[in-house]
Design a binder for this molecule. Structure first.
Ligand SMILES: [Zn+2]
Length: 203
């Protein structure tokens, strides 16, 4: 398991227990402000109306099993784009591993993060049919979606703030595919696979 660390809330000053070394933003359980790890350490982003209500089998704090691995739902980001919404759930597995689960209109994709250096600024110019360069290699852009963070809850492994713009880019190269999500502070790169809703065993 990841070691539990405690931080002091930059809004109310109360110690927040139970965060891990992965935690980069979370809702303070005492004052409900959204706090994140920015360039000056822990900062408060204030209080938000979180637009996250929607029917889903997933829910913050819910636990279950996926391919015999036990997990707990630790957080969620809701993304808004021109055609609607999708959700990204942050799952913590019992072995200390974490993965994003993307839920879009009843279909699910489990993301495995890849450690590739990328600059958020580079993604702003990504266009479908063009290339983006990652670690010195060119990747072909197959899709680009411009989204905004519409809501957040729980705790998350990225420093993210409601309202911030996120550029989501799918790329292909050497027979493999990757998804890139570039927020204003961080970039995440992952490979994903489809998971059927029936694969979740809820406890
Ligand atoms: Zn607080």
């Amino acid at each position: 398991m990841a070691h539990s660390v405690s931080i002091s809330c930059p809004s109310c000053g109360v110690a927040i227990e139970g965060t891990t070394a992965h935690t980069r933003s979370l809702s303070c359980p005492h004052c409900s402000n959204w706090v994140y790890f920015g360039s000056n350490g822990w900062e408060s982003a204030g209080l938000f109306e979180h637009a996250i209500d929607a029917p889903s089998m997933l829910q913050l704090g819910k636990s279950g099993k996926l391919t015999d691995r036990h997990f707990v739902v630790r957080g969620r980001v809701r993304m808004r784009y021109e055609d609607g919404y999708w959700d990204e759930w942050w799952l913590e597995f019992e072995d200390g591993d974490h993965q994003w689960l993307e839920e879009d209109d009843g279909s699910y994709r489990l993301h495995e993060n890849i450690d590739v250096a990328a600059e958020a600024a580079l993604m702003k110019d990504a266009t479908v049919g063009g290339n983006v360069s990652l670690d010195g290699e060119d990747w072909f852009v197959t899709e680009r979606v411009d989204a905004k963070v519409a809501g957040v809850e729980g705790s998350l492994p990225v420093a993210i703030i409601p309202g911030e713009a996120v550029v989501c880019v799918d790329v292909m190269g050497n027979g493999s595919k990757m998804s890139i999500e570039a927020g204003e502070q961080e970039v995440q790169i992952s490979r994903s696979s489809v998971v059927r809703g029936a694969a979740f065993k809820w406890s």
